[in-house]
Design a protein around this ligand. Structure first.
Ligand code: S3P
Length: 437
């Protein structure tokens, strides 16, 4: 599916932020560890959370969807004792988190994914899970993974070699489902939705922070308490709306119910430092997650230098940040971002290819990109940009197109459905000219 966008000024209106993808996935996975039924509202009905539900059902869990409510039944007792197969499609989060669950519950299973997921590195989870006692085989460190039932150790300490919330969550899920005491050391703090959700359901989990690092300790004997759960809006999806309003003329929009967890909303702090008109209001807490409404209007931006500590907290927002940086005055430098090469696409390469087509100047290395912004950037001929099958690359370049006199076409936009299925509808409602072809 191809999509196009063209110059759009005056974006106006109020929209509700779609549910958080990561949190939706965690809510059904952790919900499947509870001893009573729970109901989940605000769930994101997009391909990645839905493939997570299908995988959990294959493992024997009973999950029903009725209107907008997801019910996770007390179905632990039904966990399969046959070898099961689960296909997690495009979802790295679904794949890595469910791997932890399978290892901890001693299930014989095979996990597969689509072409993009089958190229992503899995040794980062295989190595520590096997050290914990799991028996996992892989295709040279990639999917498919085969899990051979095996008992895990009772206590494990792990120094995280990379800042990855997917790895951290995988290990926490292996530990909680096997009653293991787990201590994790993070040199750089990654998103903490799993820790917050485990705490919400009553787990024995504590975090000790020091000098930008932290230890996470999950103790044993966790009797999780069943409670309904409400998923907050996805900051990563909101970031496309925010940057669209910032870079277009005469725009002013409000996004309601956006998750502003400190390990996720660093892009807002960066954009504010770049000169954005952003107002955050109606703060509240929902199931342990901070939430607020965000008002944004057209702004004149200036480039910025981003420190390495921030990278894990903006990891999914770097493609759209690179678009904001392209229209800012001066340089924006993003360093220590090598993890971008292992996402749904090689995102550093995909960003460079797209910026090149738009005539943006940049310098890059293995793990960095410096963008020379230009407030008057424009293109005089239509361009075709590759998404490399990556939802965040596709959405980022469609947003860039809102600034140009000539149309921007983006190839292969189907994967927008993995995280933001209402993308085209939402942008049309604000007056943006973005459409599928
Ligand atoms: C996610 C963590 C991030 C992010 C991904 C979702 C999660 O990956 O890129 O889209 O749900 O924990 P890493 O933490 O592995 O970099």
């Amino acid at each position: 599916m191809k999509a196009s966008s063209k110059k759009s000024n005056n974006l106006q209106g109020t929209v509700t932020c779609p549910g958080d993808k990561s949190i939706s996935q965690r809510s059904v996975i952790i919900g499947s560890l509870l001893d009573e039924d729970i109901q989940i509202s605000g769930f994101l009905f997009a391909e990645d959370p839905l493939s997570t539900i299908v995988a959990l059902r294959n493992l024997g869990h009973e999950i029903e969807i009725d209107n907008d409510i997801v019910s996770v039944k007390n179905s632990r007792k039904n966990i399969s004792d046959q070898k099961v197969s689960c296909n997690l499609g495009n979802s790295g989060t679904g794949f890595r988190l469910i791997s932890g669950l399978i290892a901890g519950q001693e299930i014989d299973a095979e996990l597969t994914g689509d072409d993009s997921l089958s190229k992503r590195p899995m040794n980062r989870i295989i190595k520590p899970l096997n050290e914990m006692g799991a028996k996992i085989e892989s295709n040279k460190g990639c999917a498919p993974l085969t899990f051979n039932k095996s008992q895990l150790v009772k206590e494990f300490l792990y120094e995280m070699p990379i800042a990855s919330a997917q790895l951290k969550s995988c290990l926490l899920l292996a530990a909680i489902s096997s009653n293991m005491k787990l201590t994790l050391h993070e040199n750089k703090v990654s998103r903490d939705h799993t820790e917050r959700m485990l705490k919400y359901f009553g787990a024995n989990i504590t975090t000790k922070k020091y000098e930008g690092m932290q230890d996470i300790i999950l103790d044993t004997n966790n009797k999780l308490e069943a409670k309904d759960y409400s998923v907050v809006g996805d900051f990563s999806s909101a970031s496309f709306l925010i940057v669209a309003a910032l870079i277009t003329k005469d725009s002013s929009i409000t996004i309601k119910n956006v998750g502003i967890n400190e390990t996720r909303f660093t892009l807002l702090e960066i954009l504010i430092k770049m000169g954005s008109n952003i107002n955050i209001k109606n703060h509240s807490i929902c199931c342990g997650e901070k939430v607020a409404d965000i008002e944004v209007s057209s702004s004149t931006l200036t480039g910025i230098s981003i420190d390495e500590e921030s990278i894990p907290k903006i990891i999914d927002e770097i493609p759209i940040l690179s678009i904001a940086a392209s229209f800012a005055e001066g340089e924006t430098s993003i360093t220590g971002a090598g993890e971008l090469r292992f996402k749904e696409s090689d995102r550093l390469m995909a960003i460079e290819e797209g910026l090149n087509k738009l005539g943006v100047s940049y310098k890059s290395s293995d793990d960095s990109i410096v963008i020379m912004g230009n407030r008057d950037l424009n293109i005089s001929k239509e361009v075709n940009i590759e998404s490399f099958g990556d939802h965040r690359i596709a959405m980022s370049f469609l947003i860039a197109g809102l600034r140009f006199d000539s149309e921007v076409h983006v190839n292969d936009c189907k994967n927008i459905d993995t995280s933001f299925p209402s993308f085209f509808e939402t942008f049309s409602s604000l007056g943006a000219d973005i459409k599928t072809i």
